[in-house]
Design a protein around this ligand. Structure first.
Ligand code: ACO
Length: 165
């Protein structure tokens, strides 16, 4: 399919209790599995790292991410989900959401960002690759109700020299 490749006016809004239903609705339209309550707790607690994307007054996409502490004490960012409703794809909205989180990681000196994506989700893998993510691991996921059993871990490392810019 040819991609439109043009940007539209999108505003990003923080997720709060009052608009949490928008994120729940979006996720149920976009993803084959329901996220646990823990996902929504992390999303609410993550502040700027979780955003809803609005086109006019319509919620058309979202990114949810959360900071984790590694065993060595360093912070890393876990992107729990990114999604854009089908009619609004190819317009730069997913990229805007992802770039928002990558820019925050740069500013906050978080050097590692990672996520999981099903190995057959070629479009999403192309999307993440465009933003500098690389496949770092192949894992078997534990959702018994999904046909496809494998996920990739994709990681992007931000070099300290980039973080200073
Ligand atoms: N085919 C090839 N490249 C693509 C595609 C595609 N279908 N979609 C995005 N890209 C790449 C392109 O390089 C594109 O740049 P270009 O337009 O200059 O060619 C770049 O990504 C940015 O594209 P956007 O328009 O910003 O992306 P979009 O708004 O369409 O959102 C997304 C991409 C989020 C992957 C969308 O397709 C989607 O919601 N898919 C379903 C949900 C999903 O699979 N989410 C990821 C699951 S993993 C997780 O959530 C952690």
């Amino acid at each position: 399919m040819e991609r439109a490749g043009r940007e539209v006016a999108i505003s990003l809004e923080e997720v709060r209790e009052k608009n949490l239903m928008q994120l729940r609705k979006l996720n149920s339209d976009l993803f084959p599995v329901a996220f646990p309550d823990e996902y929504y707790d992390f999303a609410l607690a993550s502040g700027e790292f979780t955003k809803l994307a609005y086109y006019n007054d319509i919620c058309v996409g979202a990114i949810a991410s959360s900071v984790e502490k590694k065993e060595d004490g360093a912070n890393r960012m876990y992107i729990m989900s990114v999604g854009v409703l089908p009619p609004y794809r190819g317009l730069g909205i997913g990229g805007k959401l992802l770039k928002h989180v990558l820019d925050l990681c740069l500013k906050q000196h978080i050097p590692e960002i990672y996520l999981h994506v099903m190995t057959n989700n070629e479009e999403a893998i192309k999307f993440y690759t465009k933003f500098g993510f690389e496949i770092t691991e192949t894992l078997k996921h534990n959702h018994v109700n999904l046909d496809h059993p494998h996920v990739f871990a994709l990681t992007k490392f931000i070099a300290p020299s980039q973080a200073k810019k």
